[in-house]
Ligand binder design. Structure first.
Ligand code: PLP
Length: 359
């Protein structure tokens, strides 16, 4: 079977030898040595000042909204994983969808201004597949209307723009380290900010609002364990070679894929990509289904990622939002298999199946 994703597993002995330190310390969670070490390594790998390792890429979105005191309307993208809009709803805020740019599949920054109301407090945008949003434009609009900016950078680990990690932009950025993501810690995520006051708040929110016997604020439990941090410490040194291998595989796909298949635009200036996904957009939903079905018959799994457009999930139905570009792309998109260990002949087989079913 060829799956759309295959979790990268480091050699078992490497994981165990790191984990052994937790046994030696007799310390398995609550900001242990491995968690602190992973945070240090992540900060230096990403060149980021304030980074907090957490349990997943969803709770960090909630902490982002909470720590920025967002309570009303949040302008967001309909083309993301459902966690993005769920976090907004879960925090009791109202999502306001702005349609996407047809080239990058990120929120169309030129359409944000028209969606701003008296109640707009923030923009929460996703760097889709690791492609950066129009950061300059979003910053301009946010400054003009005094809005906070949160980037869901769940896909953007290892991506940099203008010489900086994509996690270094916005008031807050978040990332997911779920097993399906480029860099993973089984489950996990992080939240980053350049603002020291905010960092203090986030630190407290991550673990119940107290440090030892000193109680400062409300909070939640979003701290991660030594078991998860050990996986991160084992995978992180491999990330550059993981990206390199994915780059090679992506090149093979790109050289073989036929005309008539759309790809989001990966050729931006000053941008370094992480090759996290292999999205392709077919000409029709029917064509997409035909390819998907026939690949599945050969035990090759693809994923409708992202589908549905988030203005069409039950929990946002009542908003009655229309996002024609997002709806149109999400109905036709598939992510093809891309992972470390995928073989050239497997890609050839996949592309052959795609070609055969285009007609
Ligand atoms: C994976 C993902 C999340 C959620 O991350 P978890 O770690 O699974 O909670 C949020 N946003 C986007 C865009 C994602 O792809």
């Amino acid at each position: 079977m060829i799956n759309v994703k295959k979790t990268f597993l480091p050699p078992f002995e490497e994981y165990i030898s790191i984990l052994k330190r937790a046994w030696d310390n007799e310390w398995i969670t609550n900001n242990g040595e491995l968690v602190r070490e992973l945070e240090q390594h992540l900060k230096s790998y990403l060149n980021i000042k304030e980074l907090f390792y957490c349990t997943n890429g969803t709770i960090v979105l909630q902490i982002a909204l909470k720590s920025l005191e967002i309570q009303k309307q949040v302008i967001t993208t309909p083309f993301s994983y459902v966690a993005t809009v769920n976090a907004i709803l879960w925090e009791g805020c109202k999502p306001v969808f702005v349609d996407i740019n047809p080239d990058t599949f990120c929120i169309d920054a030129d359409k944000i201004e028209a969606a701003i109301t008296e109640d707009t407090e923030a923009i929460l945008a996703t760097h889709v597949y690791g492609l950066p949003c129009n950061i300059e434009k979003i910053e301009d609009v946010a400054a003009k209307y005094n809005l906070k900016v949160i980037y869901d950078a769940a896909h953007a680990f290892g991506c940099s723009y203008k010489g900086q990690s994509l996690l270094n932009y916005g008031d807050v950025s978040t990332c997911s380290f779920h097993a399906t993501k480029l860099f993973h810690t089984v489950e996990g995520g992080c939240i980053t900010t350049l603002n020291e006051n905010l960092a203090r708040k986030i630190l407290l929110y991550r673990s119940f609002g107290h440090i030892g016997d000193d109680y400062y604020s409300g909070g939640i439990n979003a701290k991660n364990s030594e078991f998860h941090a050990a996986m991160g410490l084992a995978v992180l040194p491999k990330v550059d070679s993981i990206i390199e291998e994915r780059k090679g595989l992506t090149k093979i796909y790109d050289s073989l894929l036929p005309d008539g298949i759309e790809r989001p635009s990966f050729k931006l200036k000053d941008f370094q990509y992480n090759y996290a996904y292999m999205p392709v957009v077919f000409q029709s939903e029917e064509q997409m289904f035909r390819v998907k079905r026939n690949l599945e018959a050969k035990d090759i799994n693809t994923r409708r990622y992202f589908f549905p457009s988030l203005n069409k999930v039950p929990q946002t139905n009542a908003l009655n939002s229309s996002c024609p570009i997002s709806e149109c792309i999400s109905s036709r998109i598939l992510c093809l298999p891309l992972y470390v260990g995928l073989k050239q002949n497997e890609i050839e087989l996949i592309v052959d199946m795609v070609k055969k079913n285009l007609k």
